[in-house]
Design a protein around this ligand. Structure first.
Ligand SMILES: Oc1ccccc1CN[C@@H]1C=C[C@@H](O)[C@H](O)[C@H]1O
Length: 330
């Protein structure tokens, strides 16, 4: 039949294939997600600010909607994300009088959040992005400045992993970051992870977000990052893959559709990326796209607000693109 193959079924001997979803796309992309993806991640609904907007007041409705979808369609779920400097509630870092809170208070708030969230989905969410984007993109420091670091100190990361492990000893715990293949940032992520491993902190994997483009990163840097992280004995998940048709500094807003040249280049890039993923199938256990099809992507708002992008292997009408045929001719 001219049926197109299921992406995740085709890759079942390599790694899971996942998609970020939200309450909108589990409706609009239900069939596509069901057919082609075996794992889902809540794009925003399991972030700290989404789940605990006020201290002790948990709002699980949207996360539960996504969990129900996963149960109904037998999809694995990656939890994203417990400790991050973005999309996090301000009350966490302040006292009632608005002054900055102290280390003990912040850590107990972190623990309560993790106990409540990881405990709720214990046995249903098999892995968590425990800490997201704690490493700097530039400068000598390893850790980026954040309220977490300022108030609790460097071991807030150790604590997050230890609390998550206590809340669900069976969950696989990941450190997740972007620009993860950049050699300078790679070495910072590596030394952070190496320290965690050496201190016996329960970490099981590194999440490579893989927000890549037609232009970056280069293939050798990707290989070297995979090998570096794997050398710690950690699993690797590609957690947020999309391939922007624009170079990061290209702020053009004139296109209503991708050019043929953009699509040819993207096809070649996906072909090369998935060749590398297949080569490292023994250390990569999941490849998740940060969406499903080109009709919905966070890149329509980043780095240029309101500028359409076409980053996936399914087009705006949920039809396979040339890149889909390339990565499925294995
Ligand atoms: O590519 C980047 C460049 C600068 C900052 C953050 C990122 C990526 N940051 C990701 C993107 C979208 C969010 O929904 C995810 O939770 C976050 O992990």
């Amino acid at each position: 039949s001219n049926e197109i193959p299921s992406l995740y079924k085709l890759y079942e001997d390599y790694f899971h294939i996942g998609a970020a979803v939200n309450p909108y796309t589990i409706k609009t992309s239900k069939d596509l997600i069901n057919t082609h993806f075996s794992s889902i991640t809540a794009e925003n609904e399991m972030k700290f600010g989404s789940l605990e907007p006020e201290e002790g007041k948990f709002t699980f409705e949207k996360a539960d909607e996504i969990m129900n979808f996963a149960k109904e369609h037998n999809k694995e779920v990656r939890g994203h994300t417990l400790v991050w400097h973005n999309q996090t509630s301000d009350w966490l870092f302040t006292n009632k009088d608005g002054s900055l809170t102290d280390r003990e208070t912040l850590l107990s708030r972190m623990k309560n959040h993790i106990d409540t969230v990881v405990g709720r989905y214990k046995g249903q969410i098999y892995c968590w992005d425990v800490v997201n984007e704690a490493v700097t993109d530039s400068g000598e420091n390893i850790l980026r400045d954040s309220k977490w670091l300022e108030i609790a100190g460097e071991d807030f990361i150790d604590k997050a992993f230890e609390y998550a492990h206590l809340a669900d000893p069976d969950a696989l715990l990941f450190y997740n970051d972007y620009n993860e293949s950049n050699p300078v940032k790679r070495e910072k992520i590596y030394s952070l992870a190496k320290g965690l491993v050496e201190r016996g902190v329960p970490i099981h994997g590194i999440g490579m977000q893989a927000h890549w483009s037609n232009f970056h990163p280069n293939l050798d840097d990707i290989r070297q990052a995979i090998e570096r992280y794997a050398s710690l004995g950690l699993q690797i998940h590609v957690t947020e893959m999309d391939v922007s048709v624009f170079n990061f500094d290209d702020k053009r807003t004139d296109l209503k559709a991708p050019t043929a040249e953009m699509m040819e280049k993207q096809t070649e890039r996906y072909d090369q990326f998935f060749r590398i993923f297949r080569e490292y199938k023994d250390v990569i256990s999941c490849v998740t796209f940060w969406g499903a099809a080109d009709d919905y992507t966070w890149l329509d708002g980043f780095p240029v607000r309101g500028r359409k992008n076409w980053p996936f292997v399914f087009d705006e009408n949920h039809q396979p693109k040339e890149s889909f045929y390339k990565i499925t001719s294995i």
